[in-house]
Design a binder for this molecule. Structure first.
Ligand code: GDP
Length: 295
């Protein structure tokens, strides 16, 4: 995960660690290298620039020039700023509803169905919840089959209605089914398309208005870098979602989406997907992620 970025940041900070005497020029050089590392990781130019300006300001403000271990202080400053950039605090999901309704949104292939299963499994095994999965993709019968397979794998019931072509009606019926059956969480998997289009946005926004979920989560493939950030913006403009799920971090060597997404949409990353298996889900902790990135 983020190997390229870690390596480049390590190199950037290494220069400063090696210097006996630290000068303003060294600090400037280091921050320039940090900026380059972020740009290579596919972090948005403006975010990278603002980030390094803050690091530079802090470094000079905290007398990095006179401290005994300037390298360590720089690592700490970069780590703190990275943590802040990725959201600062860990944010959970709202499970206060009865049942709590969680609506999944995102493009096709982003990992929505897989994540719906992972989240149901997480809530069942770690939070002692009784979740129900609802299949609302009325365009691809294979998507309904996939959710049923996932449900069987984790021992969670899946509500679907192959005769119905109205996703809003299915979502509502799913919630009613959950209420009647004593389920306390309903996870609604919706259809995604290959690109953002008006029809999909209308559909998800109509489902959203009809069922008023406690949590609307936007699922995105972290490997798509800046595209992930742009898609997040488009979905957030329409849905005003509550949190981001970054999937496929196991294959992401760059990390640009993880670093940029919070400051673009101002919504926290809540969970990450780190593999195809149902157990490959983690709560997102900004500071732990910053630790991992900086090695
Ligand atoms: P959907 O179209 O948004 O429902 O996406 P799917 O859940 O069908 O996922 C698309 C593909 O990505 C599938 O082959 C999944 O196994 C894979 N996938 C989903 N999440 C992850 C992840 O965190 N890591 C990896 N490596 N693959 C994932």
């Amino acid at each position: 995960m983020f190997d390229n970025l870690s390596e480049k940041l390590d190199k950037a900070l290494h220069v400063l660690k090696g210097h006996g005497q630290i000068t303003e020029i060294n600090v400037a050089e280091t921050t320039k290298e940090v900026r380059r590392a972020l740009l290579d990781a596919d972090v948005n130019f403006r975010i990278a620039k603002e980030f390094t300006n803050r690091v530079k300001e802090k470094a000079l403000g905290q007398n990095v020039l006179t401290t005994l271990q300037p390298g360590q202080l720089m690592v700490k400053i970069v780590k703190d700023e990275l943590t802040e950039l990725m959201g600062g605090e860990t944010e959970g999901i709202d499970l206060s509803g009865d049942p709590s309704i969680i609506l999944m949104s995102g493009l096709q292939g982003s990992g929505k169905t897989t994540f719906s299963g992972k989240l149901a499994n997480f809530l069942k095994t770690k939070k002692s919840k009784k979740p129900l999965l609802v299949a609302c993709d009325v365009y691809r019968p294979a998507a309904i089959d996939q959710l049923h397979i996932v449900g069987e794998q984790i021992g969670v019931e899946v509500y679907s209605d192959r005769e119905n072509s109205d996703p809003i009606a299915i979502a509502k019926a799913g919630v009613a089914h959950a209420k009647a059956g004593g389920y306390n969480v309903v996870i609604i998997d919706t259809a995604g398309r290959l690109a953002v289009d008006e029809k999909m946005m209308d559909e998800i926004s109509n489902i959203h208005s009809a069922i008023k979920p406690q949590e609307t989560l936007f699922v995105v493939d972290s490997m798509t870098g800046q595209d992930a950030v742009n898609t997040a913006k488009a979905f957030n403009d329409v849905l005003n979602f509550d949190g981001v799920i970054l999937t496929k971090l196991d294959g992401d060597t760059r990390g640009g989406a993880a670093i940029s997404i919070k400051s673009v949409v101002d919504k926290p990353i809540k969970f990450i997907g780190t593999g195809e298996k149902m157990e490959a889900i983690d709560v997102f902790h900004p500071s732990r992620m910053a630790d991992r990135i900086l090695g």
